[in-house]
Write a protein that binds this ligand. Structure first.
Ligand code: ZN
Ligand code: ZN
Length: 319
């Protein structure tokens, strides 16, 4: 690998926690700024100035970290294939990072799921030459106004026409591009109902989208089909898919491997079981939060999208 990404690159560069102001959203496009402040508004602001780190992985595959969801880039004679499109306000820095890899034109984009930090660049990448491929539920959620609850509290308007995936699939899909076999597989509902994994066969690199967050508590989008138990099932599926040699690109956090997938699964299961036991005893959410079921992990895992209390609330909702 050409560069080493520190585990907290995306933590520092993606999102500050709380305290975000009206000014936060002013850098986002007009149709998104009607709702100001909050976690999503903060993400727009942060991504506008976030440094994008370019990390070479294996063969002709590179990852861009820091602009929202991690972007994988496959280069070659067929042009660039991107996995995910980051947050819209990161457009200038993502453009520069892509150009720094090489001059191959942008030809194809795959979205791992519908969330704004993975599809925000869809429209400009489409205008730059990319055709967009995703799961059918990604197209569904991008095609109409969609509300996200939890600590997002945000209603996303329907995406512009150019941002909507033109090709979708239901269970799995394979493409051959740049002498590479790319296998896409839909998870049963996990983080959302639109999640897919992307596997680069020859390079043995797996992009998990947001079914895996490397040392950060995940968001769980119940409104579009996500659940804690679905997240755990997806974590198990990811572990089953890889070997010790596989490079694993998470939706958020540093590039990792099988041991990181196992740790993520173990943390989710541990907290899920503790929260479920307390809920079964009849404890209301504030008491469960106060019991700190993730105390062993909170200092490291509770710094990005989800602080410890928000994550416990998401788990409590689903057990
Ligand atoms: Zn994400
Ligand atoms: Zn997501």
């Amino acid at each position: 690998m050409a560069t080493e990404a520190s585990p907290d690159i995306s933590r520092r560069q993606f999102l500050a926690t709380g305290g975000l102001t009206v000014a936060a959203a002013c850098l986002a496009p007009g149709h998104l700024v009607a709702q100001t402040g909050g976690l999503v508004g903060g993400a727009f602001k942060e991504a506008a100035t976030a440094k994008v780190t370019v990390q070479n992985l294996r063969r002709n595959i590179t990852v861009l970290l820091g602009a929202g969801g991690n972007i994988a880039v496959l280069t070659g004679p067929d042009g660039k294939l991107l996995i995910d499109a980051a947050i819209i306000t990161a457009h200038p820095n993502v453009s520069k990072a892509l150009a720094s890899i090489n001059a191959d034109p942008i030809k194809q984009l795959i979205n791992t799921h519908w969330h704004f930090d993975h599809t925000g660049g869809n429209e400009w990448l489409h205008e730059a030459g990319a055709s967009i491929l995703a799961h059918e539920n990604t197209r569904k959620h991008l095609s109409r106004p969609t509300r996200v609850e939890g600590n997002w509290q945000y209603t996303f308007p329907a995406a512009p026409a150019g941002a909507i995936p033109s090709t979708v699939f239901k269970d799995d899909h394979t493409l051959h591009i740049n002498n590479t076999t790319v296998t896409l597989k839909h998870y049963s509902p996990a983080h959302t109902d639109s999640d897919i994994s992307v596997y680069f066969t020859e390079a043995d690199i797996l992009h998990t989208g947001d079914t895996f967050w490397n040392r950060d508590y995940p968001f769980i989008d119940y409104g579009t089909g996500g659940s804690i138990d679905g997240h755990i099932r997806a974590a198990e599926a990811n572990i089953a898919k890889v070997t010790e040699k596989t490079i694993v690109i998470p939706g958020h956090g540093a590039v990792g491997g099988k041991a990181d997938l196992v740790l993520f699964r173990d943390v989710l299961v541990d907290i899920r079981n503790k929260v479920a036991a307390l809920k079964k005893q009849g404890k209301p959410l504030p008491e469960v939060i106060a019991a700190k079921p993730g105390a062993r992990y909170d200092a490291e895992w509770g710094n990005l999208f989800q602080n410890p209390a928000d994550f416990v609330a998401l788990v409590y909702q689903g057990v």
